[in-house]
Design a protein around this ligand. Structure first.
Ligand code: SF4
Length: 71
């Protein structure tokens, strides 16, 4: 199976899966629905803590200058 198994409970995926911005589309495609989900930093955080990762962390592990809106 190629898709990340946490899409049904992932706050990032729920919020950004329908986002129009190319950056979100690329992350969803490559990480959440692609083979890079094994390297997702948000997934790693969830596996270690059982919690949704902080709002500054995107799947690639980059710290963005803008906090994600995960509400
Ligand atoms: S952000 Fe990470 S944990 Fe969440 S669905 Fe995408 S690959 Fe999985």
């Amino acid at each position: 199976m190629q898709e990340c198994k946490f899409t049904d409970r992932c706050c990032f995926f729920r919020k950004y899966r329908d986002g129009r911005a190319l950056m979100w589309q690329a992350l969803i495609r490559d990480y959440c629905q692609g083979t890079l989900h094994h390297r997702c930093e948000r997934r790693q955080f969830y596996l270690e803590t059982g919690e949704c990762a902080p709002a500054h962390l995107i799947p690639s592990g980059e710290i963005t200058g803008v906090l994600l809106d995960l509400s």
